[in-house]
Design a binder for this molecule. Structure first.
Ligand code: 0O2
Length: 298
């Protein structure tokens, strides 16, 4: 099998191994953002519209004032907000509709960056399927961080609620998760992507080499991808997570448990999860050994 070309720009990852079965691409994009526009019967009429609310008069929906403040900060030019009062926890429906449009616009460059990266990954997969006897990529999932989740992170990290700060500091708005059969393949795919000349690596967190205390393993990259728009090019950050099937199985379950217990998982369950992470790690090591043995047989 030909050894892939390595460019000078490639980020250096631990030895990348290279062989195994080809598989499919699964794209899952979660674009939920601002509160859903309710039906006319769900929405309630504003109780005491002020003069500036007049053109917003009509049904309204609930939103916390903290969330509205962040939206207002993010979309400073959003004059629709000027008349929005949330003193009673209700925002006029028209504001919510305008907000959804703004959020969709805000998300657009991130969506394009995901599209660009997905194309790169699909090209690699197709190349492997056609010219090699295997593909190191098993599955690909993508997601756009919801506005709720962005707002939570803005609050948690103390990020100033303006578009420039949010774009600069919250770099996982676009996310791509690549699942591989073997640990070595995860590093190999990372290497193949990051040596592409239009991808720049901003950050690498190697939770495979250095698992988190709860046992979480994954290779995280923050990269920028150029998005070519009609009159300018944007370098959009994307978080790429690479992990094995075993790591992914563990992380999906742990994520569900973590949120089920509202981040306060009982200690006995934490211990069981850590033991399960050890088992996933042992399985990865065993599968790699088996593969080496099979290769040794020719
Ligand atoms: P989602 O819904 O998967 O996007 P932060 O993003 O603030 O938590 P940081 O330093 O920016 O922290 O990011 P880091 O450590 O690189 O990890 C961010 C993402 O990695 C998380 O995103 C998860 O997807 C995943 N992750 C990190 N640690 C764990 C863990 O212990 N268990 C599981 N299951 N996943 C983890 P989000 O935004 O939390 O969630």
């Amino acid at each position: 099998m030909p050894t892939p070309h390595r460019s000078e720009r490639a980020h250096s990852f631990p030895t990348a191994d290279r062989r195994d079965a080809a598989d499919s691409v699964e794209i899952v994009t979660d674009t939920a953002a601002v509160p859903a526009v309710p039906s006319a019967t769900e929405a309630t009429a504003p109780t005491d519209p002020t003069a500036s609310d007049l053109e917003l008069a009509g049904p309204s929906v609930p939103m916390t004032s903290a969330a509205l403040d962040i939206y207002r900060g993010l979309f400073q030019s959003m004059t629709e907000f000027d008349g929005a009062s949330v003193s009673d926890g209700q925002v006029p429906l028209q504001v919510i509709k305008n907000l959804q449009k703004r959020v969709a616009q805000f998300h657009l460059s991130y969506k394009f960056a995901i599209d660009e990266l997905t194309t790169k990954i699909e090209i690699l997969q197709e190349e492997f399927e056609n010219t090699h006897d295997y593909s190191p990529i098993e599955h690909v999932r993508t997601r756009l961080k919801t506005m709720d989740s962005i707002i939570e992170k803005v609050q948690r990290t103390g990020t100033p609620p303006d578009v420039d700060s949010v774009r600069a500091r919250i770099r996982d708005i676009a996310g791509v998760r690549i699942t591989c059969a073997f640990v070595a393949d995860a590093y190999w795919v990372a290497e193949m992507l990051t040596r592409q000349t239009d991808i720049d690596v901003l950050e690498v967190k190697d939770y495979i080499a250095h698992p988190k205390s709860n046992g979480y393993q994954s290779l995280h990259l923050i990269v920028t991808v150029p998005v070519f728009l009609s009159d300018h090019t944007e370098l959009v950050p994307v978080e790429i997570q690479l992990r094995t099937i075993a790591m992914d199985f563990w992380a999906s379950l742990e994520h569900k448990i973590y949120y089920k217990y509202d981040r306060d998982v009982p200690s006995e369950l934490v211990a069981e999860l850590t033991a399960a992470a050890d088992a996933a790690h042992a399985l990865d090591a065993k599968m790699a050994r088996l593969r080496d043995q099979i290769r040794g047989l020719g």
